[in-house]
Structure formats: structure tokens, C-alpha cells
Design a protein around this ligand. Structure first.
Ligand code: AP5
Length: 227
């Protein structure tokens, strides 16, 4: 079914809840939607050795959030460069905003351009299953493609399916750092959800496998933006 209204989506969810995995599936089903992952942008900055990357790395490897001012500047620049402020653009944000300060800053930018977020979906996955997934996660940093040695392994071990380039482990995927990221998420998520609930755009999708989560997510988008 084609989309008749442009979705401007935000995926919320604990680290490891599957935001990146669901994004990849959604882009295959809805090719008109573009996506932006704040984590992928930061990892690319780190890999390229930029000043933002150097600053971000200190926070990420300790499971802390990068400061709001840095994130707002970085993502707003990307939004301009990708023409996402055009109200006809269809897009999906993964990982930004993740504090209420970031949400307010983004809302101001989008509101000025009449292109507010029109759907926020929380991926609700039991946090006990998440840690097991993280230990088996490998990533292709340039593209952000995510693999899991148990759930969706690469065709050739430790190589990206598309480019054949090596996969790597994320520096923040250790059990100790991961627990800090979960704690940070649990601290911020309440006020972020309140912010979007007050705008009447908040939805929740629960489940622990993609067979359960993806059809619910896809249906939500079709019901709200399809014919
Ligand atoms: P970011 O990269 O955004 O990490 P995150 O939110 O912690 O989320 P993850 O990427 O860990 O998980 P995901 O939900 O995408 O799950 P995935 O699909 O990979 O951010 C990293 C860091 O950058 C932050 O900690 C922070 O320091 C900084 N940062 C980023 N944005 C920021 C911001 N706005 N402000 C401040 N700082 C910011 O899935 C996880 C694993 O599970 C994979 O192996 C996958 O294959 C597997 N899996 C997925 N779905 C399933 C399933 N259904 N069944 C079995 N396995 C599955």
C-alpha cells in the first residue's frame, strides 16, 4: 500500500531493543522514507577522527550521553543538509532526540518549518533479553548495518554482506558499559514520552522478536499514513 502522507517518525527504545534492526526493515518496505541514526553518525565521526568524534568517544565508551548542545548542533546540520525540513519529506529518526532538552530544540526547528514529528513509536522489549543480544552484535560502521551471530548472522563470518568489509564490535557493547546505557535510558525515557504524549503522537509496540514487532510497526505506519 503506498503512503499518501509523509511520515516523520521517531523510534524510541532501550539500547539493544532493535531500533536499528527495525529501521532497516522499514526502509525496505517503505523506500520513500529516509533514516538518520544519531549513533551511526557519531560512530562515523569517531572513525574519521573529527573533533566531534574525539569528544563523543569519551562519553560513548563510558555509557554516557553526548552533551545536548553538541547533539543538537550535529543533527540540525544534518537535517538541513538532507532537506528534511521540507514538509513533504518522509523520514525516520533513530536515537535523537533522547533527552527532553533535545526534543524541545528539535521541536522548535521543525515547528518553524511546519514539519513536526507526526509519530513516535516506543519499542517495548523486555530488558532481560536485550543483554544477550548485545553480546552477539557485530556492526558495519560505515553503513550502520547490524548483525547478530545468533539471530541474523552475516553470510561470511565477520564480513558485511554488501561490501565484504570487516565487521567490528562497538566499544560500548561490554556488559558494564551496557548496563550504564540502560540506566541512562531509564532515567530519560519518562520525560521524553511525556513530551510526545502531550502532543498526542506517542505509540507503543511490544514484543521480543521481529516476527511480532515488525508487522505491528508496519501496520501502524500504514494505518496513519497509507491510503
Ligand atoms: P546508539 O547507537 O543510538 O545506541 P542505542 O540507543 O544504545 O541503541 P543500540 O544501537 O545499542 O540498539 P538498537 O535499539 O538500535 O538495537 P539493534 O537493532 O542494534 O547510541 C550509542 C551512543 O551514542 C549512546 O550511548 C550515546 O552515548 C551516544 N548518543 C547517540 N545518540 C545520542 C543523543 N541523541 N544524545 C546523546 N548521546 C547520544 O539490535 C541489537 C541487537 O539485537 C543486534 O545484534 C540485533 O541483530 C539483535 N536483534 C534485534 N532485533 C532482534 C530480534 N527481534 N530478535 C533477536 N535479536 C534481535
Amino acid at each position: 500500500m503506498p503512503l499518501v502522507k509523509p511520515p516523520r517518525l521517531l523510534l524510541l527504545g532501550a539500547p539493544g531493543s532493535g531500533k536499528g534492526t527495525q529501521t532497516t526493515k522499514l526502509l525496505l518496505q517503505f523506500p520513500k522514507i529516509n533514516s538518520l541514526s544519531s549513533g551511526d553518525i557519531l560512530r562515523n565521526q569517531i572513525n574519521s577522527g573529527t573533533s566531534i568524534g574525539l569528544e563523543a568517544s569519551k562519553y560513548i565508551k563510558n555509557g554516557k550521553l553526548v552533551p545536548d548542545t553538541t547533539m543538537v548542533r550535529l543533527i540540525t546540520k544534518q537535517l538541513h543538509e538532507m532537506d528534511w525540513l521540507d514538509k513533504k519529506a518522509a523520514w525516520l529518526l533513530d536515537g535523537f532526540p533522547r533527552t527532553s532538552n533535545q526534543a524541545v530544540a528539535l521541536d522548535n526547528t521543525l515547528h518553524t518549518n511546519n514539519s513536526n514529528i507526526n509519530m513516535v513509536v516506543e519499542l517495548d522489549v523486555d530488558q532481560k533479553v536485550i543483554l544477550e543480544r548485545i553480546e552477539a552484535r557485530w556492526v558495519h560502521v560505515p553503513s550502520g548495518r547490524v548483525y547478530n551471530l545468533d539471530y541474523n548472522p552475516p553470510r561470511v563470518p565477520f564480513k558485511d554482506d554488501i561490501t565484504g568489509e570487516p565487521l567490528s564490535k562497538r566499544e560500548d557493547d561490554t556488559a558494564e558499559v551496557f548496563q550504564k546505557r540502560l540506566d541512562q535510558y531509564n532515567k530519560e525515557i519518562g520525560s521524553l514520552k511525556d513530551f510526545y504524549n502531550n502532543k498526542d503522537v506517542l505509540y507503543k509496540v511490544s514484543g521480543s522478536t521481529s516476527d511480532v514487532i515488525f508487522p505491528k510497526l508496519s501496520n501502524l505506519i500504514l494505518q496513519n499514513f497509507g491510503v
